[in-house]
Design a protein around this ligand. Structure first.
Ligand SMILES: NC(=O)c1ccc[n+]([C@@H]2O[C@H](COP(=O)([O-])OP(=O)(O)OC[C@H]3O[C@@H](n4cnc5c(N)ncnc54)[C@H](O)[C@@H]3O)[C@@H](O)[C@H]2O)c1
Ligand SMILES: [Zn+2]
Length: 310
């Protein structure tokens, strides 16, 4: 298996990699659709309900407050490191991730787009000011001195969006922080379910994919359209697709190669088995070195009912 993956990587000149939550499970952040995964127990909050309901915002922030220490403590695993190593050897043209955890960037990948934004930032929906999530955690702690964030959270209470189970009573009494510049509504700088991925973000990722000669998917069920669309495009362009994922994916019938194995160990071995010496890294214009595109100011929910939303 690893050998065919090595050949797939080595024979490509402009490989694009698409990653999902399965790439970060080995860092301790759960996904939705692993066997017995979180989807059955806890559904994500949709953008429309978040902005419309004060009660839902209390529910969201109470859960997020409890889950944050554990999410913040997650570190890159062997899969993130292997993909960063491939980029440094000139073997990855671009990386598109559905994850919001910044772990690819932390591992050293620079040619990355985080399609769904960043959980480590918070944005004001009224004045568009952006804040670090750690600072908001501090404010939530001051507003809710009686609530403990879950430093010793059991894994079973921890959910894919970095949030965690809380008692109904805690939700009822939870005080949500407002923007300290305008008093507006704060939301993590992630694209919620029911919210569109900003068009410029999709355009950057699609452009890189259109330059690619192969696509590797790692750790995604491809259930979410905003990731699956890249597999559809690669198939339409007839470039080879390899999928590394435990369990079925929506792209399996489109793939030339499917590997059912853990991302970390498999990618680490593949990198070790690659022929030496590495190819020189082709020069990349400065403006393209890190193409993370943050949600645009007009991102929110106008398209919440369109079929292409998350
Ligand atoms: N880390 C994060 O930032 C994070 C975590 C959870 C969910 N999300 C969000 O939720 C959405 C979920 O979609 P998705 O397709 O990324 O996730 P998903 O939950 O739909 O699919 C993840 C897939 O990875 C597989 N998997 C789990 N661990 C694996 C491993 N170690 N090696 C190989 N395969 C493994 C699972 O069986 C599953 O098929 C995303 O769009 C994302 O925005 C983000
Ligand atoms: Zn504001």
């Amino acid at each position: 298996m690893t050998r065919s993956l090595v050949e797939f990587i080595a024979s490509s000149k402009r490989l694009v990699v698409l990653t999902g939550a399965g790439c970060s499970t080995e860092s301790g952040i759960p996904d939705y659709r692993s066997p017995g995964g979180a989807w059955a127990r806890h559904k994500p909050i949709y953008y429309g309900e978040f902005v419309r309901s004060e009660e839902i915002r209390r529910f969201y922030w109470a859960r997020s407050f409890r889950g944050w220490p554990r999410f913040a403590a997650a570190r890159p695993n062997a899969a993130h490191r292997a993909l960063a190593e491939l980029e440094s050897r000139g073997l990855v043209h671009f990386l598109i991730t559905q994850n919001v955890d910044d772990l690819h960037h932390e591992a050293g990948s620079r040619k990355v787009v985080q399609l769904h934004g960043r959980n480590r930032a918070v944005v004001c929906l009224d004045c568009r000011s952006e804040f670090g999530r750690a600072a908001i955690q501090q404010r939530l702690a001051e507003l809710n001195p009686e609530v403990m964030p879950g430093a010793d959270l059991p894994h079973s209470d921890f959910a894919p969006d970095g949030d965690a189970a809380v008692d109904r009573d805690v939700v009822r009494r939870f005080r949500v922080a407002a923007c300290d510049r305008c008093g507006g509504m704060l939301k993590p700088a992630v694209v919620f379910f029911g919210e569109s991925v900003p068009a410029p973000t999709v355009a950057v990722a699609m452009q890189r994919l259109d330059e690619a000669d192969a696509l590797l998917v790692a750790g995604s069920s491809l259930t979410v359209w905003s990731g699956f669309r890249f597999v559809k495009r690669a198939a339409a362009r007839q470039i080879p697709i390899a999928i590394l994922n435990i369990g079925p994916t929506r792209g399996d019938t489109l793939a030339a190669m499917k590997i059912e194995a853990p991302c970390g160990e498999t990618l680490r071995r593949a990198v070790e088995a690659l022929p030496e010496p590495p190819r020189p890294t082709p020069p990349v214009p400065e403006s393209r070195q890190f193409a993370r595109v943050e949600p645009s100011p007009e991102a929110p929910d106008r398209a919440a009912h369109r079929p292409e939303v998350r």
